[in-house]
Structures are given as C-alpha cells and as structure tokens.
Design a protein around this ligand. Structure first.
Ligand code: ADP
Ligand code: MG
Length: 692
C-alpha cells in the first residue's frame, strides 16, 4: 500500500480545484497527469514586470506594469493591419497593439473607459508609447494579486499562464516534508538542499537565485530521479532473478510463411539481427534488447518476424508506439502482412472508451487477441494479458516505461525489445536500462539512395518556391514542409505553420494540407490519409510528423528554421523521405546570419546520412544550452534529469543504489526510499519487493 502522505502528490490532476475533463486533457498534453508532475514542470524563465506609477520612469523594451484607462478602439480593417487600442497612462497616451486579433476578444478584455493594470514590453514607436500583445491585463481590484515577478512555464494551446500557475501553486502549497533519502556525504558533495526546499525554490519566482544556483536545486531532483531508477533496476534484478522467462519453442511456420511472402528480400543486417533476437527468445532468460537502426532501416519487419516466433509458441505480444498515429500505422501495416496467418490482432489507444474498450480488454485477457498494438494505454491499469511473451517498444519513450511493461504480467517475465532510431551511446544504455543487449541494423534496404541535403538561407525562399512549383507541374512528387517548434508556445507554433500553409495554398491552390499537434488524433489521421491518397502535393506540418510517418511518394522534405532543431531530430525528419528508390532531397532553410557553430551543425547534415555519426558530432558541438529549458534530442528521456548534463549523477546514483540493495535488498531499513520510488513512479519495484 502506498503511504497516505503521498496521496496528494500521486493523485490524478482532476482532483484539483478547477480541473474538469477538458482542462485535464489539455494539461495532460504537457505530460502532466499526476499532481507530482507539476513539480517536475519547472519555469524556464522568471519575468519581472515592475509597476511604474509614472510611465516616464519606466524603461523602454522591458516588461513593465502600468495603470491605464482605455480610450478608443481601432479594429484592423485588413489582415496585416494591427488592431490598435488607444489608452492613457495618467495623462500620457499609450497604444495597446494586437496582430491577427480576434476582435471580440480585444473588445472584451479592454472595454472603453475601463481602468486596467496592464503588463507587457513597453515600446516607444513613432513617438508614442505602445505595448504589443500585453502579457496580462487585470482589473484594478486585482492589484494585490499582481506579482511583480512571475514564473514562465511552457504551455500548450487552450491553457493560459495564469490558470497554470494557479494549479501549480495548489500543488506546491501542499507539498509534504519527506524524510531525506540521499546519503549525507553526497548531500555535502553536491551541495544539495532538502527535497522540499529544492522543489519550492525552483518554482518560486521571488527567490533571486542565479541560474547556476537554480541548477543545484534541479540537480537535486535529477539525482532523485536517477537514484529511483537505479534502485528499481537493482531491486528487480536481485529480487526477481529467480523467475525465469520462457523459452519460446516453435516450428517457425508463421515466421517462414511471412518471410516467403514478403515483396522484398531481407538485408543481411536484418538476418543477423533476427538471429540474435531468436537465440534470446529460445533461451530461458528474459530478453532485454535494444534494436538500433536508422530511420528506414526496416526495424518493424524485424520486430514482427520475432513476434511470430513468440505467438507460435502460444504467447501474446504487444507493440507500443509513442503516438496513436504511429500505432495505427503499425496496425495497418502489420494487419496486411499477417492477413494469411490465423492470428488475431487489435489496437488499443487512449481513444478506446466504453463498451468497445471493454470488449477489446476481454479478448486480451482471455488470450484471443495475439498481437496488441497500442500507445501508453497498454500499460494502464485494467489491461491484463493472458500470456504476454514479448513487448516491443517503439522509439522515444521515457526511460522507465520498459520496466512497467516487463512486470505487467505476474507469472513470468515477458521479453522486451526496444527499438530506437536515435543511436544511444553504450554507457548510456547500460546506465539507463541496466544490462541490455544491443543489436544494430547497419545497412539500408538495397536500392536506397542517400538523401541529397542542402542548406539554404530563408532569403532564397523565392527561388526554392519556383523549383517546387516546377516539380508540382511536371511530376507527381510530394513534399513535406516542416515548421519548427517554438519552445514557449505551441500557439505561435501553430501560427507559423498556418501562415506558411496560407501562403503556399495561395501559390498552389488545392494542393496543400496542414497538420499540427493541436488537431485531434482523428483529424490528424484523416489529413495523413488525404495526403497519401489524393492529389495533394505539399503537407505543411509542425514536428508531429517526426516519428515514423511512412508516405513513400514524398521525395522532398523542406525544414524551415532548421537552426532551431537538434541534429538528431533533423535526421529523424529527413528520414521521412527516401523511402523508395527515387532520388530524394532534404532542404534545410535557416534564418540569415546564423552563427558559425549553428552553420557547422547544419553542414554535418549535408556531409553524412549516417545517424550514428550525426549523433556523435551533435554531442560534440552542442553547448551547455539552456539548463532549465526543454530538450530536443529525440532520445528517450527522464522527467527531470538530462543525461547530457547529469551523467556524473547517474554514475553516483548507480553506485549508491547497488550499495543499498546489497545491504538491504528489501529496503527494510530504508523505508524512506519507498517514498522516493513512489514519487518517481518506479513503484513496480515495490510491487516486486512485496511479491518477492
Ligand atoms: P524503421 O526502421 O524506420 O522503423 P520501417 O520498419 O518502417 O523502418 O521500414 C521502412 C520501409 O522499408 C517499410 O516500408 C518496409 O516495408 C521497408 N523494408 C523493410 N525491410 C526491407 C528490405 N529488406 N527491403 C526492402 N524494403 C524493406
Ligand atoms: Mg519505425
């Protein structure tokens, strides 16, 4: 039983005041599902917006707060014209300016004659004060609520900063005091403060710490997470070692049947890897294997063939994908490939509800369904298997997911195959997964040509569009046009992509589609299908197409503001083309005047198509970056720890965890470590302790 003092932290966010089903959904998109996840979602910036009684004292180009009276509205008359609201700050005129504004919205937040406290960047433009897109507008009565410093969190559409902070504070205000679980020596060595202190100081904007001081707090929590992870690995290894896995005996009937009916010949590399996996499956030890191979190297078919061995031996298999689009894609492809075999396959995602879902769950539990494809929904409560033999995990999940998959089934330990298109350095896999074996697909299916990559400044856009136009006229080629992720706001993101869509659609009427992260899954899928099957030629997308989208007729990918992407991510994106034998192209558009390092990074992309080389070079060049910011590497990740900064902590956590579990394998003298395992959701380890 989980200790009661952790109830608040570990309950789902819908128990918070003001969170209904709709808001819950939106916040879930940030990866925040339990209250404790609010703690890991740090502000990436603190803004200061000092209040100035007199506007003439206020600094230009900084965030300020002013008291204003609304005078008159000048709504925009055409698209590019801003919406202007004239106001007075004391006696001095100031304009509040909006671009692309929804008129009713502006009217409602700034009614004429009202007096408001307004915050935003103060500008001086054409001899007049102005604030463009104010960050907050409050009624004068709320003045005491208006803090001069505010944390800034990364958000998602439909969520504003004010309500996010309110919710986050609800959790922060009731954070319990937990007994220390880190060794005194380590606390001193790394200058860690207590858990609660670290959490509070990271979120509290009024603490005037520098980034490097803040980093000590973050590192404390990063250590916790890595420590919990290592403890979980150690516990599961030592306590659960007695349990054997199954030796999957089969006559290779299914397997051979599939291989014979393939339209292509497996590459040598695929055959080698299949043998490696097969010998694991035949042994009676649990397989934990990482299958690494570049985008397009044919990992899926390897996974499927391996699954067939397990199924023929009488067991079920799962394939877990990071998004439901990908899950559906796998589902379709695999359904086709096995349609001559007597194997039932189904898909389970977050979309399944009600009776339909119950029905699916029943068939999974009684063993009818042999292949279950899905998303995270697969590891949720209520999903019981009859005989789960193998779990395949496809790309980019958080570390820790595989542990939950591995112990989902009580009778024995299912084998695990993790597939990754992003090469993971050996030291890292060891630390993050424990003893994991590795297979690599080193050759591309025959006939694949390297993708011709070029780097262009946005200045050359016109040129490029002419060439695209010619291709659209003279061939059937399809194009991906990727607009970048903007860290702070998916709304701006969407705006950039929408603008691009509009301008392309003007040039190429009825040939362009738009897809982005805020569409629901159904619309995303519908758009993909339309692009695939109808005469649309350009798909404008935010990075939603990053993982696994397989549209063979797309031969060119254009990536706008390529300088904002990580190289691993660019490589992943680039892999969306070059999926057939035609020449394919990747065009990296960057803003003018990027610095030398940025240019160097992009040039690596033109020099090699080898993901392993790109990953190494990227690690070499990538600077310390913004420590409290978000990551873009495409590697699986932890919630708080970042292995590019916290490698030292990982080593320390590993040694420490091993020492503790050696001396106290059941954590009988270290009860507070159970708290740690719970708050970092490594409680499968606790279940193992209780069962063992
Ligand atoms: P990834 O490794 O990126 O997951 P996939 O498994 O999606 O790659 O494979 C990419 C494409 O290559 C698929 O359409 C698949 O059918 C095809 N493919 C896989 N193996 C071969 C092969 N040996 N020869 C030709 N095509 C192959
Ligand atoms: Mg894949």
């Amino acid at each position: 039983m989980r200790p009661a003092h952790l109830d608040l932290l570990l309950s789902p966010i819908n128990k918070l005041k003001g969170v209904g089903p709709k808001l819950e959904n939106i916040i879930n998109k940030l990866g925040i599902k339990l209250n404790v996840h609010f703690l890991w979602h740090f502000p990436y910036r603190i803004i200061e917006k000092k209040y100035y009684e007199n506007i003439h004292d206020a600094p230009i180009n900084q965030l300020v707060t002013l008291k204003i009276e609304v005078v008159k509205h000048y709504p925009s008359k055409f698209r590019r014209q801003p919406y202007r609201v004239t106001c007075l700050a004391n006696e001095t005129p100031i304009d509040i300016v909006y671009f692309n504004a929804r008129h009713p919205f502006v009217r409602s937040v700034l009614p004429v004659k009202s007096i408001k406290m307004i915050s935003g960047k103060l500008e001086f433009f054409k001899n007049k004060f102005q604030i463009t897109h104010p960050s907050s507008i409050e009624n004068i009565t709320d003045i005491q609520l208006l803090r001069e410093k505010e944390p800034v969190y990364s958000l998602t559409a439909g969520l504003n900063m004010k309500s996010f902070i309110k919710l986050s504070n609800q959790v922060l205000q009731s954070v319990p005091d937990l007994d220390e679980w880190i060794d005194k020596i380590l606390i001193k060595k790394y200058k860690f403060t207590s858990w609660k202190d670290a959490v509070e100081k990271l979120h509290n904007p009024n603490i005037d710490d520098t980034y490097s001081e803040k980093n000590f707090y973050r590192r404390r929590l990063a250590f916790d997470e890595l420590f919990a992870h290592q403890l979980a690995i150690c516990i599961i290894r030592t306590i659960d070692n007695r349990k054997k896995s199954i030796s999957f005996k089969s006559n290779d009937k299914f397997r051979n049947n599939l291989i014979q009916n393939l339209e292509f010949k497996l590459t040598n590399s695929q055959l080698t890897v299949l043998n490696e996996i097969q010998s694991d499956l035949l042994s009676n030890k649990q397989m934990i294997r990482l299958l690494q191979g570049d985008v397009g190297s044919g990992k899926t078919i390897v996974a499927l063939i391996s699954m067939l061995t397990v199924i023929e031996a009488g067991y079920q298999v799962t394939l877990m994908a990071p998004t439901s689009i990908l899950a559906y894609q796998h589902f379709e492809n695999i359904s086709k490939l096995i349609n001559k075999l007597p194997i039932k396959i189904d898909i389970l995602t977050g979309k399944d509800k009600g009776r339909g879902k119950l029905d699916k769950l029943k068939k999974i539990k009684n063993g009818d369904t042999k292949i279950i494809i899905g998303t995270h929904a697969l590891i949720q409560e209520g999903v019981d298997f009859n005989k789960l033999g193998l779990s395949v995990i496809d790309e980019q999940h958080r570390f820790g997911v595989y542990q939950r998959m591995a112990f989902n089934y009580k009778g024995f330990r299912p084998s695990i195959l993790v597939m990754s298109a992003t090469p993971i350095p050996r030291t890292l896999t060891l630390a993050a997964y424990g003893d994991m074996n590795e297979s690599r697909l080193i050759e591309k299916p025959i006939g694949r040509k390297p993708i011709k990559t070029s780097v262009l400044t946005l200045k050359k856009e016109k040129n490029l569009l002419e060439r695209v136009g010619n291709k659209i006229k003279n061939s059937n080629d399809k194009f991906f046009w990727i607009c970048p992720l903007i860290e702070e706001s998916q709304e701006l993101d969407l705006k950039a992509a929408t603008d691009r869509y509009n301008s392309l659609n003007k040039l190429f009427k009825n040939k362009v589609l738009l897809i982005h992260g805020q569409l629901n899954e159904k619309d995303k899928e519908a758009t993909m299908e339309k692009f695939k099957n109808e005469d649309y030629r350009i798909l404008v997308a935010t990075t939603v197409i990053e993982v696994g989208i397989d549209i063979k007729s797309a031969t060119t990918i254009i990536i706008e503001h390529a300088e904002r992407f990580g190289l691993a991510q660019l490589h992943q994106l680039r892999g969306r083309v070059g999926r057939n034998n035609e020449e394919s192209y990747c065009i990296l558009l960057h803003k003018e005047n990027i610095n030398g390092t940025a240019k160097k990074r992009l040039n690596i992309m033109t020099e090699t198509n080898d993901g392993f080389v790109i990953a190494e070079e990227d690690l070499k060049i990538r600077g310390p970056g913004e420590i409290l910011g978000k990551r873009q590497s495409g590697l699986p990740s932890f919630s708080v720890a970042d292995l590019s900064y916290d490698g030292d902590l990982l080593e320390e956590a590993k040694l420490n965890a091993e020492k503790i579990i050696n001396n106290d394998p059941k954590l009988e003298n270290n009860k507070n470590l159970r708290d740690l395992l719970y708050i970092h959701e490594r409680d499968t380890a606790i279940r193992t302790l209780n069962a063992g």
